[in-house]
Write a protein that binds this ligand. Structure first.
Ligand SMILES: Cc1ncc(C[n+]2csc(CCOP(=O)(O)OP(=O)(O)O)c2C)c(N)n1
Ligand SMILES: [Mg+2]
Length: 395
């Protein structure tokens, strides 16, 4: 996606509270800008708005990446998003920052105008000073990129895998999410699928370990969310490594406190891929190192059977066609449910910029004797191919 130099454009990651959504949307519409969100701010603005490009960063979307790359102006609202390689190149965009914390001012980008204040109050004072940008070509391009990305994501999620495509698990949840749902995501490959496939809307809330990216946050965050809002359904998206680290023990707390919650629904969805998969991919993509099975592989534990053993409901899902029904059953249940999705570890979380270097590094890891080489290569190419299909992302 390209903007002409003459096009006045704005893009910004945001970590404002949902209460600021109306002002953020008004500014975007006035300026003909797109909005990218740091992961911790995913619930600030609805993913259903056509100009919301989704998450930004390594776990982000291609439209966010392109918008940051090509914009001529950056407005950052309440964000400490630190990865400057996913912001506009220094000196390329003129930048304005709004943050309530003066320590954040100028930390991540050379901002020309720094406004210390509450996001909503500051935007309210800013809005009357803005003129509507009549040139809508940049805005239209953003919206077209978002639409194209959604189609690519749908196709990726619909690919077959062995046995269940992990992207399909997240994609199937998204349209079923109840209003007022609260979602927590652990740190692992499923964080990618949460970032890219789960579309938040209305007053849904979501959180994860945004700064530390620690494993093990998913289930305890969900328990905390239930205590904060016992009348809202909660869904935790968790890897099997995190379950083995502490999530299974946390289920005992779920069993203990479940009767204190007015809305009984707490769903713990496990991506059971028998692997510390996010790191396996980091090793493959960044270092070109083959996956080292003794440190990466995990025992196949029945999370569903464990749930049943402590009085919760457990459902093991081994076939793609069972995924949607399992989500529906869990979201209609009268108590906490553990969904044990047996997913394929060879589906790659391709980064939003997917350079040839990274593809080559992946390939070289495979040549060096990765145990899953064949399956990985097949799945990676299948996924990448989706971006080049008609209507797909050509960039
Ligand atoms: C406490 C902690 N230890 C290690 C890491 C590094 N790390 C990030 S993701 C990951 C693998 C997570 O495995 P799993 O929970 O099975 O999820 P998957 O990536 O397989 O979906 C590891 C080891 C971390 N972020 N936090
Ligand atoms: Mg795993």
């Amino acid at each position: 996606m390209c903007s002409t130099p003459a096009t006045r454009s704005r893009s910004w990651p945001a970590r404002a509270r949902p209460g600021h959504a109306a002002e953020v949307a008004e500014v975007a519409e006035l300026l003909g800008a797109g909005v990218a969100k740091a992961l911790l701010g995913k619930d600030v603005l609805s993913d259903e708005l056509p100009y919301v490009t989704g998450s930004v960063g390594l776990l982000g979307t291609r439209p966010s990446y392109e918008m940051m790359r090509d914009c001529d102006t950056l407005l950052t609202i309440g964000s400490s998003f630190p990865y400057s390689q996913f912001l506009p190149e220094f000196g390329k965009a003129r930048a304005v920052q709004i943050d309530i914390d003066p320590h954040m001012i100028g930390m991540r980008y050379p901002y020309e105008v720094n406004l210390v204040g509450d996001a909503r109050a500051t935007l309210r004072e800013l809005i009357p000073l803005l003129r509507r940008n009549e040139a809508r070509d940049w805005f239209d391009e953003i919206c077209a990129g978002v639409e194209r990305w959604r189609e690519v994501m749908e196709r990726r999620a619909s690919l077959s895998a062995d046995p269940v495509n992990p992207e399909h698990v997240a994609a199937a949840l998204s349209p079923l999410l109840p209003d007022h749902a609260m979602i927590t995501a652990d740190s692992g490959s499923a964080t990618n699928w949460f970032a890219r496939h789960v579309r938040l809307r209305g007053d849904m809330r979501a959180s994860l370990s945004g700064t530390l990216a620690t494993m093990g946050c998913g289930v305890p965050y969900a328990i905390g969310a239930k205590f904060a809002h016992p009348n809202r359904p909660t869904i935790a998206l968790v890897g099997d490594g995190a379950m083995q680290m502490n999530g299974m023990a946390e289920l005992i707390s779920v069993a203990k406190y479940r009767h204190m919650w007015e809305d009984p629904r707490l769903v713990v969805a496990v991506w059971n891929n028998r692997d510390l998969n996010q790191v396996t991919w980091e090793l493959r993509a960044m270092g070109g190192a083959p996956s080292f099975l003794p440190s990466q592989s995990l025992p196949d534990v029945s999370y569903a059977a464990f749930a049943e053993s402590i009085g919760l409901t457990g459902i093991r899902v081994e076939k793609p066609e069972e995924v949607e029904g399992a989500w529906r059953a869990a979201l209609a249940a009268e108590g906490p449910v553990v969904l044990d999705f047996v997913t394929d570890p060879s589906v790659p979380p391709i980064p939003p910029h997917a350079t040839w270097d990274q593809i080559e590094a992946t390939a070289s890891a495979l040549v060096k004797g990765d145990a899953e080489a064949g399956a990985v290569m097949k799945q990676g190419l299948k996924s990448k191919l989706q971006e080049f299909l008609p209507g797909g992302d050509k960039g």
